[in-house]
Ligand binder design. Structure first.
Ligand SMILES: Nc1nc2c(ncn2[C@@H]2O[C@H](COP(=O)(O)OP(=O)(O)OP(=O)(O)O)[C@@H](O)[C@H]2O)c(=O)[nH]1
Ligand SMILES: [Mg+2]
Length: 305
């Protein structure tokens, strides 16, 4: 059984930086990590890449040969990858024995709530290679500073969850920058827990442009609340505690925490129902703010770019 993450989210939400930071963190806690770049538009990769889609297809070639723009080009590349899934499988096979996989996907959101190609790539890999993947959906935290943008982030997260049908964690990325966009109308927990969206209505009414769409927005909020699926974790990729908390959630969602257990169903259920603190005590630096080693590993995440 091979565990890993499919890292997705809108352009610039921090996916590539996340793969870099997450691979450093996981390496630090003793996992062997392989980062797979599936974004054919990712030109300057900050991480060492085990597999690169550019070896199969290049966005610039596709755009030239087929007279496509970047968006059409990316859809073409993902279709091409789906048709040539054997290429990816053969590259992944040598890694399956002992690696944890991080897939860095393109930031074109239609690929993950509309088109079937990316979903099909993920599903084929899961079935053929027995992967356990969690979708990590990064959304820039600055969207919380505008109620209209926040609602569209909720809708995007919901449609992506329903479309991909994977264990799924929505993450407000770049949370360290949230205060630089001014004071939020509500506590951060309001935005992460997605509790009662009717409170947003008042704020939307302040803006004449959004007040015009009052009824529509209300119905959209009802849809989000009726599904009751979306909530968010937060992440500052430079902060080891923030990354550590997310790792705990991911390990629970894709079953990594069960991977070393071969005893009874009771043991499984104890872990499933218990707190998230599984056996992270194995890594003494995990939450120790005095640990400089982890900090030094993290600082270069941005400096390398
Ligand atoms: N302050 C802060 N900046 C971040 C964080 N994560 C990413 N960034 C910055 O956000 C910018 C975009 O990050 P990328 O990792 O390139 O985003 P991406 O989602 O891979 O972008 P595309 O591949 O173009 O869709 C970069 O300047 C990063 O340094 C974070 O947690 N905090
Ligand atoms: Mg990227």
């Amino acid at each position: 059984m091979v565990f890993g993450q499919a890292v997705i989210g809108p352009p610039g939400s921090g996916k590539t930086t996340y793969c870099n930071g997450m691979s450093q963190f996981l390496t630090l806690i003793g996992r062997k990590v392989a980062v797979i770049n599936l974004d054919p538009a990712n030109d300057a990769l900050p991480y060492e890449c085990a597999i690169n889609i550019e070896d199969l297809i290049k966005l610039s070639d596709v755009m030239n040969e087929h007279s496509l723009g970047p968006n059409g080009g990316l859809v073409y590349c993902m279709d091409y990858l789906e048709k040539n899934i054997d290429w990816l499988e053969s590259k992944l096979k040598p890694l399956l024995k002992d690696h944890y996989l991080l897939f860095d996907f393109p930031g074109q959101v239609e690929l993950f709530f509309l088109h079937s190609n990316a979903r099909s790539v993920i599903n084929k890999l899961i079935k053929k290679l027995d992967l356990r993947l969690t979708a990590i959906h990064l959304v820039d935290a600055h969207l919380c500073s505008d109620p209209g943008k926040y609602i569209s982030a909720l809708l995007l997260s919901l449609s992506t969850m329903i479309h991909l049908e994977l264990p799924h964690i929505n993450v407000l990325s770049k949370i360290d920058l949230i205060e630089s966009y001014g004071k939020l109308a509500f506590n951060l927990e309001y935005y992460t827990d997605v509790e009662d969206l009717s409170y947003l209505q008042h704020h939307l009414d302040q803006d004449p442009r959004s007040a015009k769409y009052r009824k529509l927005t209300k119905e959209l909020c009802n849809v989000i609340e009726d599904y009751n699926l979306v909530n968010f974790s937060t992440l500052d990729i430079q902060d080891k505690e923030s990354v550590g908390n997310l790792v705990k959630l991911i390990d629970k969602s894709n079953g990594y925490i069960f991977s070393s257990i071969d005893s009874s169903a009771i043991e499984f259920s104890k872990i499933a129902a218990g707190p998230l603190d599984w056996d992270y005590y194995r890594y003494p630096f995990f939450f120790s703010s005095s640990s400089k080693r982890a900090l030094y590993i993290f600082l270069p995440v941005f400096l390398q770019r």
